[in-house]
Design a protein around this ligand. Structure first.
Ligand SMILES: [Zn+2]
Length: 198
């Protein structure tokens, strides 16, 4: 099966220089949270939690059992979320490129699902992809998000959802930097940063 990839980034040169330490560091797949530093700091503690083969395996053969579940009706989600959040999270919408509040934010913290609060991405592995959406190299662990084939709009992509509440987050592509080679292209409206001290 061939998956087509859109939003090809312009960051490869800069990302290579930024991530050279990680390229030189042998990483292993681990089912545990990643380290505390990433593209904008030392990467010696960053470990790869999964790779493209694992992503495709989950998308085509089924996702692992989630660590937690939050289940609500769509009417309950509609009451809890702002209309623009509901459109992205529950109706698989996409915010306009370069419009999201986290597109260029690099504050330390954890990005959680804006619907259920489940922690999804560590800020240390956020990077500037040039795509116009917040980009991450991996989730906090391999069960934090789930993967689903998405053939909408004439494209073949892998949709990423929060594993806790099934809210749509964005898509993942195999053209990211080390340590995973993945690019999680995530809507700002789908996540909320929890900075240190919150
Ligand atoms: Zn969620």
């Amino acid at each position: 099966m061939h998956f087509l990839y859109v939003r090809r980034p312009l960051w490869l040169g800069a990302a290579f220089l930024c991530l050279l330490p990680a390229v030189l560091t042998k990483c292993s797949i681990a089912d545990k949270p990643i380290g505390q530093h990433g593209c904008f700091g030392p990467m010696t503690t960053t470990q790869r939690v999964l790779d493209w083969d694992a992503v495709m395996g989950f998308a085509l053969e089924g996702n692992p059992v989630p660590i937690q579940r939050v289940e609500k009706t769509e009417d309950e989600w509609r009451d809890l979320l702002l209309p623009e959040e509901f459109k992205v999270l529950r109706m698989k919408g996409t915010e306009p490129m370069f419009s999201g509040e986290y597109c260029h934010v690099h504050l330390p913290g954890i990005y959680a699902c804006r619907a259920c609060g489940y922690q999804l991405f560590d800020s240390s592995i956020k990077f500037d992809s040039g795509s116009g959406w917040p980009s991450f190299t991996q989730p906090v662990n391999k069960r934090a998000v789930s993967y689903h084939p998405d053939r909408s709009y004439g494209m073949e992509r892998v949709e990423v959802r929060c594993s806790s509440c099934d809210s749509h987050l964005g898509h993942v592509f195999p053209d990211g930097p080390e340590p995973t080679g993945l690019r999680y292209c995530i809507n700002s409206l789908a996540i909320k940063i929890q900075t240190t001290g919150q």
